[in-house]
Design a protein around this ligand. Structure first.
Ligand code: SF4
Length: 210
């Protein structure tokens, strides 16, 4: 198994095992906590279906694939994994684990199955990816649609970009406090994101974070 698959597998299994110790009430609380984010994801899906389904090929959207699926090793955040595992059925998680255990011979994403992406809520990087051709086709003649997209991109940052308290950071902390660790916890191990969090703390408290 290559390093990427190993890292992904570790994160999925860590979340799954951690969640097994949670009561149904605690799981429900976590799902509620991610509720606004899931609404945001539905809004992005609706936007893409409305403005891009006519432009993108059958392969891209009817099969729920995007061009990024042809890349190996897509970036996933720990919160992507946590949210997806949280709302998936055990057999859907097993399918992800099976895919990661297979040798990935091609250059396509390991999660790309015969009927599209195996994730229930795919990683945010994939959701927000629009290829150059599609962007040009839709946005060049419609500033209003481009504006709508920019609003969605700003909303995305409210959940993912830790220059303020965000869900993605909170979920990492939540699982860390329960003994779950992963190299995908970028809000807690990426120098760039840690710097951003420190800057935010300095701004909001007036004290420099060391
Ligand atoms: S995770 Fe899913 S949407 Fe993202 S590249 Fe892989 S198959 Fe495509």
């Amino acid at each position: 198994m290559n390093e990427y698959n190993e890292e992904q597998l570790e994160a999925i299994v860590a979340v799954r095992d951690c969640l097994e110790g949670f009561s149904p009430g605690l799981r429900a609380t976590l799902i509620r906590r991610a509720g606004n984010y899931l609404t945001f994801r539905q809004d992005v899906d609706a936007f893409l279906a409305c403005h891009f389904s006519g432009v993108c090929t059958l392969t891209c959207y009817e099969d729920r694939r995007s061009a990024c699926c042809n890349r190996e090793g897509i970036i996933t955040f720990f919160a992507d994994v946590a949210i997806n595992v949280l709302i998936s059925q055990p057999k859907e998680i097993d399918r992800l684990i099976e895919a990661l255990n297979l040798q990935n011979l091609g250059t396509k994403c390991v999660y790309l199955g015969n009927e599209g992406c195996l994730w229930k809520v795919k990683p945010i990087v994939c959701e927000m990816f629009l290829c150059k051709y599609a962007r040009g086709k839709v946005f060049d003649n419609s500033p209003a649609i481009l504006n709508e997209w920019r609003k969605l991109r700003r909303r995305e940052k409210r959940y993912t970009w830790p220059n303020r308290p965000v869900l993605f950071d909170e979920l990492e902390r939540y699982f860390m406090e329960r003994g779950c660790g992963s190299s995908l916890m970028y809000c807690h191990n990426s120098p760039g994101l840690l710097r951003m969090k420190a800057q935010w703390k300095t701004k909001s408290t007036g004290f420099k974070a060391y």
